[in-house]
Design a protein around this ligand. Sequence first.
Ligand SMILES: [Zn+2]
Length: 284
Amino acid sequence: MCDGKARWSDVRVYISVDLEGVAGVVSPAQLVSGTAYEEARRWMTAEVAAAVRGAQSAGARQVVVNDAHEAMTNLRLEDLPPGIEVISGKPKALGMMCAIDAGWDLAFLLGCHARQGSGGLLSHSYSATTITRVQLNGREVGELGMNIALAHSCNVPVRLVTGDAAAVAEALELFPGLRTVAVKRAYGRQSARTLTPGEACSRIEAAAREAVASRQSDEKRAWQPQQPYTLAVDFVSPVMADAVSYMPLTRRESPCRIVMEQAELAVLFRAFQAMLTIAGAVTP
Ligand SMILES: [Zn+2]
């Protein structure tokens, strides 16, 4: 194409995947290590594989998957389809959205959970032991809000979100008309009615195919905070805010609240990764 845009058969797809919003995952025991975790990471890998198959069948040429949960080494690489690459491990700049930039045509956010305090399954914002609330330009957001805003600030439309029903509802609040797959519905923070992994994968594969094949663009309906960007983070304890307040360009608004303003959302996002690391390193 002479306009420099990718032909649709050359679509480049960026995928970020978390674990809490994968079908069948309901308990903290499935999230970190042990037999239940090994089973959960297989389901996570299967959902990613389904999304990749769907995207590739609609003509995606390049697919990169960012492993975005805990140690970020969850995906079983040998179980993923050929022709893709995986971003694995941490720390990495932009964390859950490592390597997002204007070079992608669209993004998928898979395995998502709702924000802290929302009542969704396994809901939290980055770390339940560190953060009670995050606001971006005055709006309360969780990981979904931050990730969608960052992708869209890079002109990369988010075209598919999967996760529990609360996560999907949160995404739709931010971006009405977004394509979503709800794989389970919370009965409580650690119990849910869930699709089986096989059924979830079928639905995700179909949605991914449609997301790539559809040329319709609804991004204008998405919430997009404007420059300058202001991030307000409420930490669990004042000692965490003490430690974070030593970062340059931060402002202490209250004993537990740190505020930072930046012209570029990616810069603010990187600073937020540092805040999380610092706050997580102190004993509350
Ligand atoms: Zn996670």
